[in-house]
Design a protein around this ligand. Structure first.
Ligand SMILES: CC(C)(COP(=O)(O)OP(=O)(O)OC[C@H]1O[C@@H](n2cnc3c(N)ncnc32)[C@H](O)[C@@H]1OP(=O)(O)O)[C@@H](O)C(=O)NCCC(=O)NCCS
Length: 329
């Protein structure tokens, strides 16, 4: 039997500063009522000028390592799912490696937007099963506030900053990542992107004037694809694990919009206690959303040893994915 990747520690970090819907009313033409009713969000954490993604990622990683009771030198690989690394290169994961003194690890970033943590988990599952790695730190971390257009009410009310981390370790126990399913629909890259600032349209005066270095999104279309994509991913991951909706103890969906989550819960006929929601406090934290929620769900006693956890996400690309995890701690 091949080795499973078991989650042995989780942790989260969020910046101190909180931006409420009322605060947003002073920045753009919006209202607390609109944001709550259309998204379910009330507040989000926003990084200050000095804080970069790897700072939050490091804080989350240290908590996950502490809970896992491992030494940083045991870590073979650090994967950081992010679209807001500190700089184009080196990777945020390399900064994390240095900060936590994981001196034996390989480190790289993975660009799958909000699905980054699930894509990282999927890779880790394979690395551990093959014996190429024994202990892996998977992080989802983003500071979308730094690439948000604070004059665009269509996007600026949705996002928050944060990081979540999980330590995965090889085990022969009946626990860990049972299956993953990842998928991308790249015919829809135009629905959600930062058009400039890369090699296609490098930074220039025009870019700054036209504000094309910020997130652009077709919200409605992303919404529809998110529902379809996550439903497809959940079904495929459960099928791979040989499990059904009834077997699931808890679903942690990407925290992008309460109405997207409700639609998934309705289809799976899940009672509220089987769906984890914290987007009211964090907004959409991109790749950090799932590991932050996982950390909070465990702390709240909503994940117990033997539980079947399903996580699912979608993001720019469009990327989509799901994982089925037998909780082992
Ligand atoms: C963005 C989103 C909340 C918009 O909700 P919606 O119900 O689809 O709203 P619409 O886009 O139809 O816009 C309705 C109206 O509200 C307006 N509006 C948009 N943002 C607003 C805001 N912050 N405050 C007030 N009004 C706003 C629009 O301009 C539009 O006005 P109009 O009818 O006069 O043109 C929703 O589409 C969504 O969550 N999409 C998914 C986005 C996402 O998850 N992105 C991240 C992917 S990881």
């Amino acid at each position: 039997m091949s080795l499973k990747a078991k989650i042995i520690g989780v942790g989260l970090a969020a910046p101190e500063k909180i931006l409420t819907n009322k605060d947003l009313e002073k920045i753009v033409e919006t209202s607390d009522e609109w944001i709550k009713s259309r998204t379910g969000m009330s507040e989000r954490h926003i990084a200050d000028e000095k804080t970069a993604t790897s700072d939050l990622a490091t804080a989350a990683a240290l908590k996950a390592i502490e809970m896992a009771k491992i030494a940083p030198e045991e870590i073979d690989l650090i994967i950081t799912g992010t679209v807001t690394p500190d700089m184009p290169f080196p990777s945020a994961a390399c900064f994390v490696q240095n900060n936590i003194k994981a001196v034996k690890a390989a480190a790289f970033d993975l660009s799958a937007a909000c699905s980054g943590f699930i894509y990282g988990l999927s890779l880790s599952k394979g690395m551990i099963a093959s014996g190429d790695a024994r202990t892996i730190l998977v992080i989802g971390a983003d500071c979308l506030s730094k690439i948000t257009d604070w004059t665009d009410r269509n996007t600026c009310v949705l996002f928050g900053d944060g990081a979540g981390a999980a330590v995965l370790q090889a085990t022969s126990e009946d626990a860990g990542v049972l299956s993953t399913y990842t998928y991308s629909d790249a015919s829809k890259t135009h629905l959600l992107q930062v058009p400039a600032g890369g090699s296609r349209v490098p930074f220039s005066k025009e870019v700054l004037e036209n504000r094309t270095n910020f997130i652009k999104m077709e919200g409605n279309e992303v919404f529809k694809n998110a529902v379809k994509g996550m439903e497809r991913a959940i079904d495929a991951a459960l099928h791979k694990a040989g499990l059904k909706y009834e077997d699931v103890s808890l679903v942690i969906p990407h925290q992008a919009n309460i109405r997207i989550i409700e639609s998934i819960a309705k289809r799976m006929k899940l009672p509220p206690e089987k769906v984890f929601i914290n987007l009211d406090k964090y907004g959409n934290t991109s790749a950090a959303s799932i590991p932050i929620a996982m950390t909070e769900a465990y702390a709240a006693g909503r994940l117990k040893k033997g539980d079947i956890l399903v996580i699912t996400a979608f993001g720019a690309g469009l990327t989509m994915g799901a994982a089925v995890i037998k909780w082992g701690i």
